[in-house]
Design a protein around this ligand. Structure first.
Ligand code: RP5
Length: 151
């Protein structure tokens, strides 16, 4: 695959099954991507290094998925100028409301664009739309996708 344009970061291996939905959707749009599993609280140095280097590596958009006290997207957003899309994972105790509120309630100055609980495919679609703002090829993929949905 060519140079990744979208970076996906997951807080845990346990997020992978749901987030395959994002991977599949990016593949459907032919968006080059890479995926890293690194937790903001278990591997903070790894998260920092990856997030701080993402723009320099040529990535344009980040998707960050985590559950429970889900600070991963906010931490990544602190270290990159790239737009960050947060995917709150459904959780066993609070149904994902914990993850959702942790992500969507970012204070002014460090936004993350939060999609629905387990909204993996929507994160990939939004990431492709962001790429499409400056790339006609990706914009066409989204236009075709929307036309297909309307049929
Ligand atoms: C978060 O805690 C992860 O993003 C995951 O959604 C949740 C549970 O992680 P595990 O204990 O299954 O690794 O850090």
């Amino acid at each position: 695959m060519s140079q990744p344009l979208v970076g996906i970061i997951l807080g845990s291996k346990s997020d992978l099954e749901v987030m395959q939905g994002a991977v599949k959707q990016l593949e459907a749009f032919d968006v080059p991507h890479e995926l890293l599993i690194a937790s903001a609280h278990r591997n903070p140095d790894k998260v920092h290094a990856w997030a701080a280097g993402a723009a320099g590596q040529g990535m344009k958009v980040i998707i960050a998925a985590a559950g429970k006290a889900a600070h991963l997207a906010g931490v990544v957003a602190a270290f990159t100028p790239l737009p960050v899309i947060a995917v709150p994972m459904k959780t066993s105790d609070l149904g994902g409301l914990d993850s959702l509120l942790s992500m969507v309630q970012m204070p002014t100055g460090v936004p993350v664009a939060t999609v629905a609980i387990n909204g993996a495919a929507n994160a990939a679609i939004l990431a492709t739309q962001i790429l499409g703002a400056a790339d006609e090829g990706f914009r066409k993929k989204i236009e075709d996708f929307k036309a297909q949905m309307a049929e």
